[in-house]
Design a protein around this ligand. Structure first.
Ligand SMILES: Nc1ncnc2c1ncn2[C@@H]1O[C@H](COP(=O)(O)OP(=O)(O)OP(=O)(O)O)[C@@H](O)[C@H]1O
Ligand SMILES: [Mg+2]
Length: 450
């Protein structure tokens, strides 16, 4: 996201920078050219030429002479008639307009002393020419400094350039941010959905925008709605099917019992009984798995992980007939830690991992359970000495109904392949993670909870 922000910002700003530099360069070179051509221009000579032209051909002569001057020179010279109009019809610069308003009145007055102020001789600051028709033309020369180097020397120019740079930087930055920020939000939401948080939406922050990004956010949310709906429908279906299967199964077992009473114990009946029980167990697991979707059907409470782990260990030991002081599970608790979570889901998670460890353990090797905290997360690690799984299966064993190829036939018959899928979904529900690594001669499964 950072890089997109920087790229958009840099491209906007560099375009503006180039524009400013080019504009300054053009302005400067124009001013320089004018200044150089003016160095060869003598105002006195020009006035003499103008007066000759006027004398010979009147107003037309004067206008023609003005027009014949080189552009750079003509642009500094204005000849204004009695109506205050330039002979070439150009707009007068403000400085000249002001002078015209003050002095450009009824033609030249004879240089005479004023009656009341005998020591004062009022002079006109501009050269004036009188035409054959007695009309007066005033010649204004733009001060050289006002067009020359002054253009750049002026404090105003530097200030303006600085201001343009600052404003364009700010505008570019905000423009870049308005594009890159919602994309960052979209990315976060996509990741959250990929992590199983299907109720994530982006529209709250971004959707109010009317532009394409706002529309993208709305489309994204629509996609998330559909995904969530499909997901809920699927898990509801699984739940209903599993539920419906249970009743005929219960009736089957009752019928089996009745047959057994009539015929006495037969090995075939035992087999049917065992398979029915397995089926019942499997349906129970599927129900448990499908219940652990976005809605866990229980309230979050603070859970003491030490208590939870010890209680699960007791249960699993009991299940494996592992009573008394000589338990095959060792608990190492580094620190007391508690999390805010769903007790049943968490219990089922630890139980499944621990059962696997016990089931795969060989000989009298002990299963180790470590409880501690790492990077502000609670970590429950279960290690066994059961040979582990192939490296390429370390992730796949968390998929529903996946059973490792190396699982022994007798184990495979008893397993449903749902234990680690349940554990994985339970940790995701808590915003945590679960992973498996081969360690020593066995498997280490780590559950991390925030
Ligand atoms: N501690 C372990 N050591 C070696 N292999 C394991 C271990 N735990 C799991 N596995 C492998 O991962 C597979 C998936 O485990 P999972 O718990 O999901 O299913 P299961 O144990 O086969 O069945 P269920 O738990 O539903 O009774 C298992 O079939 C097994 O092959
Ligand atoms: Mg299992």
């Amino acid at each position: 996201m950072r890089s997109l922000l920087i790229r958009i910002f840099a491209s906007f700003w560099s375009i503006i920078l180039i524009t400013i530099v080019v504009a300054v360069a053009i302005g400067y070179s124009y001013a320089e050219r004018t200044r150089i051509s003016m160095q060869n221009f003598e105002v006195g000579d020009a006035v003499l030429e103008a007066s000759a032209a006027l004398r010979e051909n009147g107003r037309e002569g004067l206008t023609g002479w003005l027009r014949s001057l080189p552009d750079a020179t003509a642009s500094l010279l204005y000849i204004v008639d009695e109506q205050g109009q330039d002979l070439l019809g150009r707009r007068l610069p403000t400085v000249i307009k002001m002078s015209v308003r003050r002095f450009g009145d009824r033609g030249p007055r004879p240089m005479r002393l004023r009656q009341d102020r005998p020591n004062l001789r009022p002079a006109r600051p501009f050269t004036q020419l009188i035409g054959p028709d007695d009309r007066v033309y005033t010649i204004f020369v733009m001060p050289l400094r006002s067009v020359g180097k002054r253009w750049l020397d002026e404090r105003g120019t530097a200030g303006l350039v600085m201001l343009a740079l600052l404003v364009s930087a700010a505008v570019s930055y905000f423009l870049a941010r308005t594009i890159s920020r919602p994309i960052g939000r979209l990315r976060e939401s996509a990741n959250a959905i990929a992590d199983g948080r299907l109720d994530t939406r982006v529209a709250e922050g971004v959707g109010k925008r009317r532009d394409e990004i706002g529309q993208l956010a709305m489309d994204f949310d629509r996609m998330a709605d559909e995904l969530q709906r499909a997901w809920l429908k699927q898990s509801e279906l699984t739940r209903n099917v599993s539920h419906e299967l249970r009743s005929p199964l219960a009736r089957l077992r009752v019928a089996l019992e009745l047959v057994r009473r009539k015929t006495g114990d037969l090995p075939e009946l035992d087999k049917i009984d065992a398979e029915t029980m397995r089926l019942d167990e499997l349906i129970g697991r599927i129900l448990e798995f499908s219940r652990l979707d976005a809605d866990p059907h229980e309230a979050k409470t603070p859970i003491d992980l030490d208590d939870l782990v010890r209680s699960v260990v007791d249960d699993v030991c009991y299940e494996y007939g592992d009573l008394g002081g000589n338990s095959s599970i060792e608990i190492h608790a580094d620190a007391a830690c508690s999390v805010n979570g769903y007790p049943n889901a968490l219990r089922s998670c630890v139980e499944n991992v621990l059962r696997n460890a016990m089931r795969h353990s060989r000989g009298d090797a002990k299963v180790q359970v470590h409880l501690g905290t790492e990077a502000r997360q609670a970590v429950i690690a279960v290690e066994d000495q059961g040979g582990g799984v192939a490296e390429d299966e370390l992730e796949r064993i968390f998929e529903p109904f996946y059973r490792s190829k190396t699982t022994r036939a007798d184990q495979s018959r008893r397993s449903g392949g749902l234990g680690l899928a349940i554990a994985s979904r339970a940790t995701a529900l808590h915003g945590g993670s679960i992973r498996a690594v081969n360690k020593g001669n066995g498997l280490r499964v780590e559950i991390r909870l925030p």
